[in-house]
Design a protein around this ligand. Sequence first.
Ligand code: SF4
Length: 434
Amino acid sequence: MTKGRKELKAAAVMQKIMGSYFYELNEAATNKTKKIAWCSSVGPAEILRALGFLVYFPENHGAMLGATRLASEVIPYAVSEGYSPDICSYLTSDIGAYLKGVTPLARSYPGIEKVPRPDVLVYNTNQCRDVQDWFFWYGRRLKVPVLGIHTPRGVRELKKEVVQSVAQQMEELIPPLTEIAGRPFDIDELREVVTSSLACSKMWEEVLKTAAHKPSPLTFFDATIHMGPAVVLRGLNEAVDYYKVLLTELHERVRRKEGALEEERFRLYWEGMPIWGRLRSHAELFFSLKACVLASTYCNSWIFEDFDPQDPFYSMAKAYTGIFICRAEEEKERYLKAMWQLFSIDGVIYHDSKTCPNNANCRYGMPRRLEMETGVPALVINGDLNDLRLFSDEQFKTNVQAFIEQLEEKKENTYGALDESRTNAENERQKITP
Ligand code: SF4
């Protein structure tokens, strides 16, 4: 247990269902009992499930490589294949691990020796182009078909024509996927999966929204772990069932006014990727400073409230094109301001993640603009999601401590005014989807 922080009991249930997920993939890959599709994290998983594929997400594997700190060790293998150390370190970690023949799955799940071999790889460029290049590497290496959806990025208004063009690309995936799956496509099966994904999404949103309470029953560090089912099991009822268990525990904490920290003096928002290899030490640092990092854009990214089982292709296209990472700067700013109000945020930490510019929103003046507009102080930290060679523990600690001192001074000066505006914000029922 991390010092000062209470673990959620639901974690044991989650570990079990995540274990079943990986063992089922391993069994299917070993004995060829089911077809396997690899999918980018905000790719069309619902279509794949409706066609009977088991779905594996390489980004989830990338995060595991980061969290287990294997990443820095294996990235050089991808670099020696000609992949720059400056591109996505999920990509370089994952390809590097494949080349070295290692996987953190083997440590966590005895009996699993390697990642499950795909029958097809399907990406969506809504998040970045790196997923495309990543999947094509495996496509060439394993001689497996690669299919993709190309989504416009920097989307200002989510116009019908844009959504329709993405929906059409999704429909065009059906013939080749049907052939690979070796079974016909049934729109009613897709509707069922979309229904389940929508339910999962709503539950996950409820989980994250519990952090709007004071004290927050949940931290960002908890959420990065408990988001696993929303990422890899959406579309399956196991995910929905899991979030019912987690929500019950969180609601109980709220009822008892029990926070995730022993004492919550500051409420912080994390903007950008987690630093996977430092989750625990960062959690400990913030807890020692009585600062609860309680909400983030990153964990909100698996809320897709536009899913509509009656219109599955169009609604999936809308949901997956409307995600934060895919939107124009002004949309992102509007969204962040709403989040800070909803969660009564005292300060924001922007992670300028070196190898993921797509998830770094601090490079074009946003922190200063928003700080001037909202009065919510911001701290920009340099680092990376996976490559710890790009991160300084000492610098991070010093900067965070100085930031908390700054918040302390501000709190002392403006306590009364802030308290009143927070009470108003708490009464608002806002959505946390972009
Ligand atoms: S969004 Fe960033 S971290 Fe995710 S795959 Fe793309 S470059 Fe990598």
